[in-house]
Design a protein around this ligand. Structure first.
Ligand code: UTP
Length: 294
């Protein structure tokens, strides 16, 4: 058997409309919302780089300017900080522009996640590649992508990240049917997008990390719009199951869905509470505030 082609590229879809976060997302993508003091998208790019993927393709929509600017140099700001001798802040400004080689492609109409991934076909070519949703944060203390890449290299085909959720919540997610018990790595036998709880084959929800075989592009070209009139990535991966192995890695760590307002607030509080510079003061204040509030 030939050696598997290595995974070197990350695709980050960031072209959704972000309607759950209006009006904040009227003129700026939701991926730019700050989580403590960094935009959500920077956490995602850092995660890709930690997993060894420093070729990043961002799929952008109508508001791509802030994303491009964030990962580019800002010479004026750098100059001002240099003049002031504020080297710590200067390093923060440099960091984002030096993280990775970031490329951009436009999705055009936001016709769904599958359609966004298809926009990456030319850049990715004939290699397996990772997809990281730009509004889904995985805590860096609980590595996931490295593990998924290792499974893809061992098993071939595609790998999807899964998370156990209460069955009442499964209708918010893509859902996986699996062969055998939900261990850490499972063989997926079917996928269905946002099923009602009483029709769901399991409580295993798809979360925003994938390592995909390049065959997904040919399937996506043939995939008609599905649920909500969107071209669903879940439908394309479901079609792949007929010809290639599709595995799931069950994630049991910390994940934050920053596209959802309540989860976003939880992410900001949890991540700030864990920081040395903000945590002690924030937690103290929160305790006091909760007591006075009743
Ligand atoms: P969501 O399902 O969260 O959709 O997309 P959305 O449109 O961004 O947000 P709401 O529901 O209106 O608030 C999941 C991920 O897929 C990307 C989004 O940017 C997000 O990272 N996406 C979605 C695209 O890139 N293109 C699309 O057409 C749809």
């Amino acid at each position: 058997m030939p050696a598997p082609r290595p995974v070197t590229k990350a695709v980050i879809p960031a072209a959704g409309l972000g309607t759950r976060f209006l009006p904040a997302t009227k003129a700026s993508p939701k991926e730019m919302l700050p989580v403590v003091d960094k935009p959500a998208i920077q956490y995602v790019v850092e995660e890709a780089v930690r997993a060894g993927l420093d070729d990043v393709l961002m799929v952008t929509g109508r508001n791509k300017r802030p994303l491009e600017d964030h990962f580019d140099r800002n010479v004026e700001l750098e100059h001002a900080l240099q003049e002031k001798g504020d080297l710590a802040k200067l390093a923060l400004v440099h960091e984002a522009s030096q993280l990775a080689t970031v490329h951009y492609v436009r999705q055009g109409d936001p016709k769904g996640l599958g359609h966004a991934v298809l926009a990456a076909a030319q850049h990715v070519g004939d290699e397996p590649f990772a997809v990281l949703l730009g509004d889904d944060l995985i805590d860096e203390r609980d590595p996931l992508l490295e593990h998924m890449i290792a499974v893809q290299q061992r098993e071939g085909g595609s790998v999807v990240a899964l998370m156990e959720v209460p069955i009442e919540a499964i209708s918010l997610y893509g859902c996986a049917a699996i062969d055998g018990p939900p261990g850490d790595v499972v063989r997926i036998t079917g996928l269905v997008e946002k099923p009602p709880a009483d029709e769901a084959p399991s409580n295993l929800a798809i979360i925003g990390r994938y390592v995909l075989s390049p065959s997904v592009f040919a399937v996506l070209r043939q995939t008609p719009p599905g649920r909500g009139g969107e071209i669903q990535l879940t439908d394309a991966i479901q079609a792949l199951i007929a010809t290639e192995p599709v595995h799931g890695v069950v994630f049991r760590g910390r994940r934050y869905d920053t596209g959802d307002r309540l989860d976003y607030l939880k992410a900001v509080i949890q991540l700030a509470a864990d920081r040395d510079d903000l945590g002690p003061l924030l937690v103290d204040w929160l305790r006091g505030w909760l007591t006075t509030r009743g």
